[in-house]
Design a protein around this ligand. Structure first.
Ligand code: NAI
Ligand SMILES: O=C(O)C1=N[C@H](C(=O)O)C[C@H](O)C1
Length: 273
């Protein structure tokens, strides 16, 4: 990791010791147009008080891990947050108070939890996406187009696979793809969503959008959108093999948000898709 220019936007990473936290710290520290100003972990975590570079097993980078998010945010222009729903709701309020861009990658949020983010977005730029990669966001647009072109003779199924540590299902990406398919078809996802099939489920209902989740090993993230018709199938697929794709997208969003008005945005806004 090299020192980045300090005249570039300063970024705080929350959940610093996590899989995404560590990837983000490396990617920000090496980024030519951003620099790391803070690393936040939950109170009581053994990284708190340590230099984040040393805690990650590398060389010192001069940023001490803290559990004082408000103090860290006060020194930053953007916060990149891949943590948990409860932490993200708290960070949204703190980001609004500090007036910094809040990039949210956390998934597994209920509709009620998502609604709790809105008040903060009146005072800060909030960019939230279940997947920050260019490839998945392109796939979202392709899914919408294919779903709009086909009728209900084609059954839509979203199939995802992730590592065995993942705690939420369907994945945030699967839900983005399901929403895109529903939008293309002109229906509301919650009216047609079918997930967690088990036992005597009855025949598949025409028009449903199904979800299946695989969990195993170190799979970074794989998503198929299957359009299954009579005598033919179309499969749109994205395979993530490196978490760097999510980190690069999150930093792009943090930089993009610097001159935007407060409000809620997604990765399609950032990428102009
Ligand atoms: N939107 C996207 O592109 C992507 C989203 N994700 C999502 O990001 C989230 C995190 O994923 P991972 O890094 O794999 O999980 P992880 O479990 O490895 O890391 C989460 C980190 O957040 C920390 N944390 C929890 N509460 C906290 C608090 N109050 N203050 C500070 N830190 C706190 C934990 O201690 C942990 O270090 C998940 O919801 C996952 O689905 C993951 C990859 C890509
Ligand atoms: O938890 C993960 O790892 C991932 N989560 C996101 C999701 O829920 O879709 C994005 C990516 O697939 C990795």
């Amino acid at each position: 990791m090299t020192a980045s220019r300090t005249d570039t936007p300063g970024i705080v990473i929350t959940g610093a010791s996590g899989r995404m936290g560590q990837m983000l710290i490396k990617t920000v520290a090496d980024h030519p147009r951003a620099h790391l100003v803070g690393a936040v972990e939950r109170a009581g975590h053994d990284w708190v008080g340590q230099d984040v570079g040393l805690a990650m097993g590398g060389s010192e980078i001069g940023v001490t891990v803290t559990d004082d998010a408000a103090a860290a945010f006060a020194k930053a222009q953007a916060v990149i947050d891949f943590t948990s729903p409860a932490a993200t709701i708290a960070f949204a309020g703190l980001a609004a108070e500090a007036g910094v861009v809040h990039v949210i990658g956390t998934t597994g949020m209920s509709d009620a939890e998502i609604a709790q983010l809105e008040p903060a977005s009146r005072q800060s730029v909030q960019m939230r996406a279940g997947n920050m990669s260019l490839g998945v966001n392109l796939l979202v647009q392709l899914t919408k187009k294919v779903a709009a072109a086909l009728d209900e003779d084609f059954d839509i199924e979203v199939i995802e696979a992730h590592h065995h540590h993942k705690v939420d299902a369907p994945s945030g990406t699967a839900l983005m793809l399901g929403e895109a398919a529903a939008e293309g078809r002109g229906v509301v996802l919650s009216d047609v969503s079918d997930s967690g099939r088990d036992g005597i489920t009855g025949a598949r209902k025409r028009g449903d959008i199904g979800f299946s989740a695989i969990r195993g090993g170190d799979i970074v993230g794989e998503h198929d959108v299957l359009f299954a018709g009579q005598g033919e199938r179309i499969v749109l697929r994205h395979l993530a093999t490196d978490r760097a794709i999510f980190a690069r997208g999150a930093i792009k969003a943090a930089l993009w948000g610097q001159d935007k008005q407060p409000g809620q945005y997604d990765m399609l806004d950032v990428l102009g898709l």
